[in-house]
Write a protein that binds this ligand. Structure first.
Ligand SMILES: N[C@@H](CCC(=O)N[C@@H](CS)C(=O)NCC(=O)O)C(=O)O
Length: 367
C-alpha cells in the first residue's frame, strides 16, 4: 500500500488559491487523505525554496518528509503510484484532448480568473483581506497595509502587469462569458467534461472555477444567472469519489466540446507559440494578438514553453495510428497547426526534469 494511503500528507496552500483548489479536488476524487495547512509567510518561502527550488502554492509534504510542487506533475506521480490511468479516457485521441483541456484550464484561464478577482473592488477587497489574514499573520504590519500589498502585487504580476488594459478587458470578459455558455451547454447534457465520470480535464477546470469563478463576487453572479449547471458541476466534482462513480467515457468527441477546442486553437495555442518566441529572443515582455485580442507587454513564461513541449511529447509518444487519429481530430477543430507553429522550443537544459520533487521555473515569475 502506498505511503500516502497509510498516513495523510500535508497540503500547504491557501483556501482561496487556484492551484490549491485543483489539487484538493484531485485528492478528494481519488480518496487520498490530506491535511490542509495554510502557507505562512515569510517562513514557507524559505522552506520551499530550499525544498523544491521555488515558492509557489500548493506544495505537498509526504509522510516520509519529501516535498512536491506543480499540480500537474504531482497528479501524474500519484496516478503512477495508484496505477490504471482511470482519469483519462481510453481512446487515445480523447485522452489527448483531455490533457489539452487540463493544460488550457491551468494556463489560459488563469489571467481572466485573476482579472475578475483583482480588477473589481468587491473581489479585490474580499481576496486581499482573506489572503492577508490567512497567510501573513506572522508579519507585524497593519492589515490595511498588507491588503494594499496583495492588491498591488497580484495586479502587477498577473493582470495589468500581464497584458490586460482597459482596451482589451471587454474582449477578455467576453471570452469568459463564452466559456460559461459552452460549459453550461456541456453540463446540461452530461455530468462531466468527458463523460459520466470525472477526468483530468474536470480536475484542470476546477482550478479556475472552484476557487475563482465560483467564489469571487462578480463571476459568481454571472454563473448564478447564466450558467447554473456549471455551479452544479463544481459541487458535483467536489463531492465525487472515483471508486463510487458509475458510467463511462464518451465514445467520440462530444459536439459541445468542439467550440472549446476551436477557441483553444484561436487563443491558447497561438499564445503558447508567441510566448516561446518571446522566450527565445529574451523579450521578458511581449506584445501578442490572439483571437482578435491585443495583449500589450504580457510577461514571458519559461514554464509555458515547457507546457507546449509536454503536449508535443505526449503526441510523439503515440503509435502511428493513434497519431493519425489525433491529427484528424485536432485539424478539424483548428488546433493542429497552431500546436506546431513554432518549431524548436527554447527549453532550458533539463527543464522541469525533476518535477514534482524539484521545480525549475514558475508559471510566471513574480516576486
Ligand atoms: N504550475 C503550478 C502553478 C502554481 C501556481 O502558479 N500557483 C500560484 C498560486 S495559485 C502561485 O503560487 N504563484 C506564485 C506567486 O504568486 O508567487 C502548479 O500546477 O502547481
Amino acid at each position: 500500500m502506498p505511503i500516502f494511503r497509510r498516513s495523510p500528507l500535508i497540503l500547504y496552500g491557501s483556501s482561496i488559491s487556484y492551484f490549491t483548489g485543483k489539487l484538493e479536488n484531485y485528492f478528494r476524487l481519488r480518496g487520498i487523505p490530506y491535511q490542509f495547512q495554510s502557507m505562512q509567510f515569510p517562513a514557507m518561502k524559505h522552506t520551499l525554496e530550499d525544498a523544491v527550488g521555488l515558492m509557489q502554492m500548493p506544495a505537498v509534504q509526504l509522510a516520509d518528509g519529501r516535498w512536491m510542487t506543480d499540480t500537474t506533475k504531482i497528479i501524474d506521480w500519484f496516478e503512477a503510484q495508484l496505477g490504471g490511468n482511470p482519469l483519462v479516457p481510453d481512446d487515445p485521441a480523447l485522452a489527448f484532448v483531455c490533457h489539452l483541456l487540463e493544460d488550457w484550464a491551468d494556463e489560459w484561464w488563469w489571467r481572466p480568473a485573476m482579472h475578475y478577482r483583482w480588477h473589481y473592488p468587491e473581489g479585490a477587497r474580499f481576496a486581499s483581506r482573506h489572503l492577508a489574514s490567512e497567510l501573513t499573520g506572522a508579519i507585524r504590519l497593519p492589515l490595511w497595509l498588507k491588503c494594499r500589498y496583495f492588491m498591488h502585487r497580484q495586479r502587477r504580476g498577473y493582470t495589468t502587469g500581464d497584458g490586460l488594459n482597459p482596451e482589451n478587458i471587454p474582449a477578455v470578459e467576453a471570452q469568459v462569458h463564452r466559456l460559461f455558455e459552452q460549459l453550461q451547454n456541456t453540463f446540461s447534457s452530461r455530468p462531466f467534461l468527458m463523460g459520466a465520470k470525472p477526468s483530468l480535464a474536470d480536475i484542470g477546470f476546477s482550478g479556475p472555477f472552484f476557487r475563482h469563478f465560483a467564489l469571487d463576487p462578480v463571476p459568481l453572479t454571472i454563473l448564478r444567472e447564466k450558467a447554473p449547471a456549471v455551479l452544479a458541476w463544481v459541487k458535483r466534482l467536489w463531492e465525487a469519489r472515483l471508486d463510487r462513480t458509475e458510467g463511462g467515457w464518451c465514445t467520440h468527441l462530444p459536439a459541445d466540446l468542439e467550440p472549446m477546442l476551436e477557441d483553444m486553437g484561436r487563443n491558447y495555442l497561438p499564445y503558447l507559440c508567441a510566448n516561446a518566441e518571446a522566450v527565445r529572443s529574451g523579450r521578458r515582455r511581449f506584445d501578442v494578438e490572439v483571437d482578435g485580442v491585443f495583449y500589450r507587454r504580457a510577461r514571458y513564461s519559461h514554464y509555458r514553453v515547457w507546457c507546449l513541449s509536454e503536449l508535443r511529447s505526449r503526441f510523439a509518444r503515440l503509435g502511428e495510428a493513434d497519431q493519425q487519429a489525433v491529427i484528424s481530430l485536432l485539424e478539424a477543430r483548428g488546433c493542429w497547426q497552431p500546436l506546431w507553429r513554432t518549431r524548436d522550443l527554447p527549453l532550458l537544459p533539463s527543464q522541469e526534469a525533476e518535477l514534482p520533487f524539484r521545480g525549475g521555473t514558475k508559471m510566471i515569475g513574480v516576486n
